[in-house]
Design a protein around this ligand. Structure first.
Ligand code: ADP
Ligand code: MG
Length: 344
């Protein structure tokens, strides 16, 4: 595979040495030189293990995610900088979904030897830019060569006081189901790029450069109003389904209450039917789905107003298992697929 041809054509010609000439340790020092010292980092990159210190009374949250070329991303439309941002963003989103404060990250890369150094520089600029935005410190990782495409593995660590950590398992019957932001944009964005659309479109930017909802999640955790929370990476139907399963409850989602962006509506305006399937089952929105007792409605709206993130009540938790989507007339809306699933 020739990576020179697969990344954006505006890329300046390669002036410096190749990855092969730089070598593993050259690359690690190049990465290290771009990293600024982080809070709570006692020993960062360079030793056999990193050493960090948790803030007093906090517990450690750890999560990891892999991004594999041609499974999770296509270099035809993921430019290196946004790929770097996204590979950290999706991991930070998992810490946010627990109500945690993201703090440290490990980055492991399997790199094809013909990957241009400029690609890696841009990737790292994106990655470290996202890290700086969330005050997350890169404290280590691993680097090796790959014979079949680029793989990125990110492990993020965060912390939170034990009583503020939010799990999938706490939803109770009659709780409201809420979601931040809008749904279906990233899935629509994927359709747009697959049809040759450009990266400046709102749905495409949601796909390529997602924003983890850290401040909204922290505000919710601190308000003490949420019974269960998850980030929406595989569509609300599948992801609320995880809350339902782990909380031993079910739910009704009101189809016409699903929050759709203006960009989503304008893209789909010429269709006879709104593609609710995308909003219900499309992946990669990285919004938060959470449940809370109805007595907390005002608190939730006020608290989200403060963090500048829209929030919408989209359904209700019920006693019996299963998740149904309801039309305004009370009939069931049939959904074809319940989220992205590898291996199917
Ligand atoms: P080891 O042989 O003990 O695995 P390495 O030579 O792989 O050590 O790594 C040396 C140091 O560089 C370690 O601190 C490791 O965490 C860090 N490191 C390796 N690859 C990366 C990377 N891609 N990003 C950040 N740090 C890295
Ligand atoms: Mg190693």
């Amino acid at each position: 595979m020739n990576y020179m041809h697969r990344i954006d054509s505006n890329m300046p010609p390669l002036q410096h040495s190749s990855l092969a000439a730089l070598g593993e340790f050259g690359l690690i020092s190049r990465i290290t030189s771009a990293v600024s010292p982080g809070e709570g980092v006692i020993t960062g990159i360079g030793d056999d293990a990193a050493v960090t210190s948790l803030s007093p009374g906090m517990q450690l949250l750890v999560s990891t995610d892999m991004l594999v070329e041609d499974v999770h991303f296509d270099l035809g439309w993921h430019d290196p900088s946004r790929l770097g941002r996204k590979s950290l963003a999706v991991n930070i989103s998992d810490i946010a979904a627990m109500g945690g404060i993201p703090r440290w990250v490990l980055l492991s890369l399997a790199l094809p030897s013909d990957l241009p150094l400029d690609f890696i520089d841009r990737f790292m600029r994106g990655f470290l830019g996202m890290a700086a935005e969330h005050r997350v410190a890169l404290i280590g990782g691993d680097t090796c060569s790959s014979r079949s495409g680029l793989s990125i593995s990110v492990t993020v660590m965060g912390e939170q006081a034990p009583e503020l950590i939010l799990r999938r398992s706490g939803a109770l019957p009659d709780d409201d189901i809420w979601v931040t932001g809008t749904l279906g944009d990233a899935a629509l964005g994927l359709k747009v790029v697959q049809n040759g659309g450009t990266g400046d479109d709102y749905p495409v930017s949601r796909l390529l450069d997602p924003s983890p909802r850290v401040s909204a999640a922290l505000a919710l955790a601190e308000a003490g109003v949420v019974t269960a929370m998850i980030d929406v990476s595989d569509g609300i139907l599948a992801d609320f389904g995880h809350i339902a399963e782990q909380s031993h409850v079910g739910g009704c989602i009101y189809r016409d209450d699903l929050p759709l962006s203006a960009g989503f509506r304008s893209h789909t305006a010429d269709l006879s039917e709104i593609p609710y399937q995308l909003a219900l089952s499309g992946g990669e929105d990285y919004e938060l789905c959470f449940t809370a007792h109805r007595s907390n409605r005002k608190k939730i709206v006020d608290c989200m107003k403060k963090s500048g993130i829209a929030v919408t009540r989209v359904g209700i938790v019920i006693n019996s298992p299963g998740v149904a989507v309801l039309c305004p007339d009370g009939t069931r809306y049939e959904v074809n697929s319940d989220g992205f699933n590898h291996f199917t």
